[in-house]
Structure formats: structure tokens, C-alpha cells
Design a protein around this ligand. Structure first.
Ligand code: AMP
Ligand code: TRP
Length: 333
């Protein structure tokens, strides 16, 4: 069976931007592509390229797994697992490092940006991160890898490494293709509506997290930046604040911009924002209810155990095969 794989790092706070822009689409894929086997994992090995507190890492890892299921990821369809529980990821990463060049990794934009921000204490792990990501993908012979635009360069590197290894080691890997999500919508920051709502933004007011309380949800929308014109009109260039709120309204309710404009014609932002607060709250309520039931449940552990078992089966076989093709250890009889 052909395979689709993607990973997400357990850092920052999942918010309505990640949910409406990516997660929701992703959940649709599991039904749209019935011929594929799905692997989704929590990339905890990727999270430690910058030091993390132990408890925080554990909590975030579990939170993310539970949120994925709460948002509609179907554990019957998808192998959901935690990266570090599959030893083959680190093993394969080393083998791929020996098939990658320093120059290639030095060209990675994310590495350049992150190391520029942080002058000292840049770990070797941060530098080799893309080879770990390539190992995540190539271990499973994934044909498609759904990612955001920012990950495209890492995926191209994974392809280059796969092609190189295929030449050296008799076509061992499937060449992966990026699946850049059809953008549900780009949701912008509530405090700076010209930049994206970001899970790592230091300002909590800039976003609505999936686990925010009803009170916070309403408050964040109420205080979202708009303008002094006071009319509900869609014009993302000139009026990014109100247009961003209208996008959230549109994506959740499927109401067109013209219909939203008509509905709030002659009214100010107050009613519009109150309604939007209610709409967002109603969208997140069932997700949160499911999340709190799941997060410390045996059900979630069972889902992750099942995912681990299947992932291990596929990945350990692959790394064993690669060791053999390289000529490591004694020849297999
Ligand atoms: P991140 O974890 O922030 O790197 O994002 C994971 C996925 O969510 C990527 O596919 C992003 O393109 C998408 N995403 C993140 N933030 C937003 C946003 N504010 N609006 C739309 N999509 C987003
Ligand atoms: N690097 C990705 C990110 O930061 C997460 C990730 C890790 C990933 N391994 C992956 C995504 C493999 C797709 C496939 O978002």
C-alpha cells in the first residue's frame, strides 16, 4: 500500500490558525485518499534541538497527540505515534548524515534563520535536523508528505538524499513528493493582522489556542485589532484586521464575504465580534470536550501503542535493509 506521512513538533500552542489552515484539511485527506496508509507522528526528537524542560516536553507531546484525535484524526485510518519511541528514526538519521554534505545543510533557510537569532549554543542537532527529517520520511517509503511551505526546502533535501542513496545502494528508497496543503485559509495574528497567527508568537493575545477557555476566546476576539471605520467590509489590503476576522467567520461557517457584509450592514464591530466569539467557541467546544476525555485516557495510550507497533514494524525493517545494503555488520544469510 502506498503511504502518506507527516510529523508535527510538540512546541508552541496549536491555535485556530494551524487548525483552520492545516489540521482541518489534513483530517479531510484521510477520507479523500482511501488507497493510502497514513503515518502521523509527534516529532519529539525534533523538539530537543533547542533545550526543553522534561515535564513540558512530555506534556506537549501528549497534548498534541490528544488534540490530533480530538480534531478528527481517525485512529482506525491513521497510525499515530511518537517519533522517539521508534529507534529506527535516530539510526536512519546517522546513516543519512553519511549521505549528506555539510554544504547542503548550510544552505537550509530555517537553519540560517534560527542560528542567526541565536548566536551561541547552536546545537549540532539543529544543524542536522533536516537529515533526521529525511530519515522520518524515507524509513516509511512515503510517497506524499503534507507540509507547509516553510518545509519545502527540507523535503527537497530529502529527495536529493534519496536519489543519491538510490544510486549508491540499489534503489533502496521511494522518492517522496511534497503535498502542499490546498490552503484552507491563512489566518493572521489578532494583534498584528498583517502577519500570520503563529504558534510560537510570544504574545498570547495574538492568537486563540485550541484549548483556550470560553472567556479567553471571547476576550481575544473582542480585543482583536480592527480599524476606526467601524464597518464590516472585506478588504484585506486596506483593512487587514476586520478582513482577518471575516476569514475566520467564513472558514468556520462557510458564509461568503458578501453575505457576512450584508448581515452586518449598518452595524458596528461590536455585534460582529460578539457573534464571531460565539462561532469560534462553538467550533472549539466539542474538540475541547473530546480532548479532556482523551488526554489521560487508556484510549489514547492504546492508540499510541498501536501506532508504535505498526511504525516499528515498517521502520525497523527498512533500517535493517539499509544497514545490509551499505555493508554494515556481518552478511545476512
Ligand atoms: P507550524 O506548526 O506553525 O509550522 O504549521 C504547521 C502547519 O500549519 C503548516 O502547514 C502551516 O502552513 C499551517 N499554519 C500554521 N499557522 C497558520 C496560520 N496562521 N494560518 C494558516 N495556516 C497555518
Ligand atoms: N520539520 C517539520 C516542522 O517543523 C516537522 C517534521 C519533522 C516533519 N519530520 C517530518 C514534517 C517529516 C513532515 C515529514 O514542521
Amino acid at each position: 500500500m502506498k503511504r502518506i506521512l507527516s510529523g508535527i513538533k510538540p512546541t508552541g500552542s496549536l491555535n485556530i490558525g494551524t487548525y483552520l489552515g492545516s489540521l482541518k484539511n489534513f483530517v479531510k485527506l484521510q477520507d479523500k485518499m482511501p488507497d493510502y496508509e497514513f503515518f502521523i507522528f509527534i516529532a519529539d526528537l525534533h523538539a530537543i534541538t533547542i533545550y526543553k524542560d522534561k515535564q513540558e516536553l512530555r506534556d506537549k507531546t501528549k497534548e498534541l497527540a490528544a488534540l490530533y484525535v480530538a480534531c478528527g484524526l481517525n485512529p482506525e485510518r491513521v497510525n499515530l505515534f511518537i517519533q522517539s519511541e521508534i529507534p529506527a528514526h535516530s539510526q536512519m538519521a546517522y546513516l543519512l548524515q553519511c549521505n549528506s554534505y555539510v554544504g547542503e545543510l548550510e544552505r537550509m533557510i530555517q537553519y540560517k534563520e534560527k542560528s542567526k537569532k541565536q548566536e551561541t549554543g547552536i546545537t549540532v542537532g539543529l544543524f542536522t535536523y533536516p537529515t533526521l527529517m529525511a530519515s522520518d520520511i524515507l524509513l516509511y517509503d512515503a510517497e506524499f508528505v503534507p507540509v507547509g511551505k516553510d518545509q519545502k526546502q527540507h523535503l527537497e533535501l530529502a529527495r536529493d538524499i534519496a536519489v543519491r542513496a538510490n544510486n549508491r545502494y540499489n534503489n533502496i528508497f521511494t522518492i517522496p513528493n511534497p503535498l502542499i496543503a490546498e490552503v484552507g485559509a491563512k489566518i493572521n495574528s489578532l494583534t498584528d493582522p498583517t502577519s500570520k497567527m503563529d504558534k510560537s508568537d510570544d504574545n498570547d493575545k495574538s492568537r486563540i489556542n485550541l484549548l483556550d477557555s470560553e472567556n479567553i476566546i471571547r476576550k481575544r476576539i473582542k480585543s482583536a485589532v480592527t480599524d476606526s471605520l467601524g464597518t464590516v467590509k472585506y478588504d484585506p489590503e486596506k483593512r487587514p484586521g476586520v478582513s482577518n476576522l471575516m476569514t475566520i467567520y467564513n472558514v468556520i461557517t462557510n458564509t461568503s464575504f458578501t453575505d457576512i457584509e450584508e448581515k452586518y450592514d449598518g452595524m458596528g464591530y461590536k455585534e460582529f465580534k460578539e457573534d464571531l466569539g460565539e462561532i469560534v467557541f462553538q467550533e472549539l467546544k466539542p474538540i475541547q470536550e473530546r480532548y479532556y476525555k482523551l488526554v489521560n485516557s487508556k484510549e489514547l495510550d492504546d492508540i499510541l501503542d498501536k501506532g508504535r507497533e505498526r511504525a516499528n514494524q515498517v521502520a525497523s525493517k527498512k533500517v535493517f535493509k539499509f544497514n545490509d545494503r551499505i555493508g554494515l555488520g556481518r552478511k545476512r544469510k
